[in-house]
Design a protein around this ligand. Structure first.
Ligand SMILES: [Zn+2]
Length: 217
């Protein structure tokens, strides 16, 4: 797990960004500042981006609030990382692997996470626009309260993942494993569950979705 160092600024409860020790090629386990209070925020941000760019396996990184643009995350492995309140714009991340990582309240635009493998991770409250999760394993993932637009989860394994209270607009869940996936209280427009095992998923009690249903509400 990432070390949850609080920001050194008095009265600030945000978590501190990781600082990188490039000499020893490690993430320092020392107190620091959040993105709003870091005196050298540009340098800290650039260092975190450089660290991600130059490592294939990343453990315990706290990048809360950072903007990532036009980067290649493909095949990278992330363990116990925090990317909460981040922006991901035009990120290529096919076959990326995330374990116990947190993306809550982040914004994803034009991102490709095709065939990624994401487990025990959280995207709660995040926004997705033109994001491709096609063919991914998204097991035990938290998508509660997300807003997703023109995005695809086709051919994904969503076992035990939760989309409670989410807003889904033009989102496709075709040919997915939905066993124990939870879609209670979702607002859906042009959402397809075609060929997915909707009977093994959890929907609000008043909904009646069959496996061959386009699932549009
Ligand atoms: Zn702070």
């Amino acid at each position: 797990m990432f070390t949850v160092n609080k920001c050194l600024c008095p009265d600030c409860n945000d978590s501190a960004l990781s600082t990188i020790d490039f000499e020893n090629d490690t993430i320092k386990d020392s107190p620091g500042y959040c993105i709003n209070h870091a005196p050298n925020v540009q340098e800290v941000t650039e260092n975190i981006i450089k660290y991600v760019e130059t490592h294939e396996k990343i453990i315990g990184l706290n990048a809360t609030g950072i903007n990532f643009e036009n980067m290649d995350f493909s095949n990278k492995k992330f363990y116990g990382c925090s990317f909460q309140h981040c922006t991901f714009l035009n990120i290529q991340a096919p076959e990326a692997r995330f374990r116990v990582s947190f993306f809550d309240f982040s914004v994803f635009s034009d991102c490709n996470l095709q065939s990624s493998n994401i487990q025990f991770s959280s995207f709660a409250g995040s926004t997705f626009s033109h994001v491709i999760f096609t063919g991914s394993d998204l097991v035990h993932a938290n998508f509660c309260g997300i807003s997703a637009y023109q995005s695809s989860f086709d051919d994904a394994d969503l076992y035990n993942s939760r989309f409670i209270d989410s807003t889904l607009n033009c989102v496709s869940f075709r040919n997915c494993n939905l066993k124990n996936a939870n879609f209670m209280n979702t607002s859906r427009k042009d959402v397809s569950f075609k060929l997915s095992n909707t009977r093994s998923a959890v929907f609000s009690p008043e909904e009646n979705i069959s496996e061959n249903d386009e699932g549009e509400v």
